[in-house]
Write a protein that binds this ligand. Sequence first.
Ligand code: XMP
Length: 527
Amino acid sequence: MSHTSDPHVQRILILDFGSQYTQLIARGIRELNVYCEILPFDADIGRIKAFNPAGIVLSGGPATVTESDTPRADDEIFNLDCPVLGICYGMQTMAAQLGGEVETAKQREYGFAEVRPISTSPLIDGLHDRLDADGAGVLKVWMSHGDRVNTLPEGFRVLAVSENAPIAAIGNPDRRFFGVQFHPEVTHTNQGRAMMKRFVRDICGCTGDWTPANIIDGLLSRVTDEVGSDGVVLGLSGGVDSSVVAALLHRAIGDQLTCIFVDNGLLRQGEVKQVMETFKDGFGIRIVQVDASERFLEALSGIVDPEHKRRVIGSVFVDVFQEEADKIENICWLAQGTIYPDVIESAGTNTGKARVIKSHHNVGGIPDTLKLQLLEPLRELFKDEVRAVGVALGLPKSIVYRHPFPGPGLGVRILGEVRQEYADILRQADAIFLDELRRSDLYDSTSQAFAVFLPVRSVGVVGDNRSYEFVISLRAVETTDFMTADWKRLPYEVLARVSTRIINEVRSVSRVTYDISSKPPATIEWE
Ligand code: XMP
C-alpha cells in the first residue's frame, strides 16, 4: 500500500488553552476534510515542529492574559513561518506575546454580538449575515470574554470591530497571523464555518484530503505495517466503533483477525442474529460466538447496586474473553474501538504519557495477563468520521447509525437485580419502542431511545381481572455530546401506540411511563 495518499500530510495543530469549545474547533476542521490534532498549550516546541503543522489554532481558555503566570504558547511558534489563528484567549495571548496589550474590560461580553469588518483580509472578506443601511456587511457572532486587546502588536491591523470589543478581529496578513475575539467554532457564529474554511483551506493551503477514502487508505497501510503477519483479536459488541474496527481490520489483514462476540444475555432483541449475519455471513469475518448468558446471570444473581453490577459484568466479560483468546494461536494484538474523544477525555495524547482509556471502552479492563499489544486504529477519528468510514467499508446503516448501547447492556436498564425473566420482558418492550420509532421515522432524529424495566408492581385491569404487574419506562433523548441531554418531545400518538403495544404484547407489564427528565440532573441511563 502506498503512502502517497497519506492524508496526514497536511495537518492543523490546535493548542488547547482549556476552552470548553476546543473539541468543536477540531471537529469543525475535520468536517472541512482537513486533519488536525489537539495538543496542550505548553506542548514542547520539538513536538510541535515534528507535527509539522500547516497552520496553528490557539483555542480560547478561562484564564486571563493580564496576569503573568497564566498560559502562554511557546514564542517559537511565531517563528515557524506557519499561519496562526488565535481565538478569544488565543488571540489575546498572541497579541500579548507579540508585543501588544490586553486589558480587563469594564464589561464582560457574553452571547450574540454584531461585528463589522473594517478592513480587507483573507479571513473575513465578503462574509456577512446582513448589510447595514450603508450597504456594509455585518456579522452575527458569539462572544464570551472579559479581557480585550487594546494595543496591537507591530504589523497588525484591526479587521473588525464590535461595540463592546472595539478590536473584534485582528490580522497581520503578511505573516499570516489572525485573531478573532469571538468564537467561529460555535454554530451561533453563522459565518464561523466559512471563516474556519478560509483559514485552513485558503490561508494554510490545505487541500481537503482528509476524506473517508483517504482515511481508509491511510489506516489500512498503517495497520498492515504495524501488524505484519501477527494475529489480532477483537471483542466485537455490535456497537458502531467495534463494528467499524472489525470491517477495517478484515479488509487490512483478512483471516489474521478473529472477533470474539460474547452473548452476555443482556443484548437487545435480534442482536446476536444481526451481528452474526452482518459479520460472519456478510463479510466472511472469522468470529467466535460465545453464549455466556447463564454465566453472566449467575454472577449477577442477588446484586442490586449499579456499580457493583457493572464491575461484575466487566469482570465476567474479561474471563470469558481471555478464555477464548487463549484458544487462538499466534495472537499478538488486541484491537479496540477507542476513538479520538476518548483519547482527548482520558488526556492520553495531552500528556503523551498515560494510555488511559475510558473504562467502558476497554470493556471493563482487559487484564495484563493477556500480554497483547494494543491496536487502536480509530484513535484519531471523531464519531462522524468513524461512521463515514463504516459506510465506505460497506457496513449497513442499521449498524453504523444505531443508537449507542452501554457495555453492560440491559444490565443497567433492569433496575436492581438482573433476572432472565426481566431481561426477556425488557427486550420485547424495547424492540416495540424502537420499531415504532423507526416506523414513524423518528429513530434517526432521536439520539438515544430505549426501554427500562422497573421491578415494581402496579395495579391494573386486564379484561375483567385485576392485574398486579411490572412497569416499563420509556426513555428518549436528544443530545449532541451525551454529556447533557434533553428528553425528546415525542408525539403523543407515537407514545400511545408504543404503550398500547407493550401492554398488549408483553406479558407481565401493565403500565408504561415516559421519562421526562433532562441530563443533568438525571443521567441518560437509569443506573
Ligand atoms: P449517562 O447515563 O451517563 O450516559 O448519561 C451517557 C452515555 O453513555 C452510555 N453509558 C455507558 N456506555 N458503558 C458504556 O459503554 C457504561 O457503563 C455506560 N453507562 C452509560 C449511555 O448509554 C449514554 O449513551
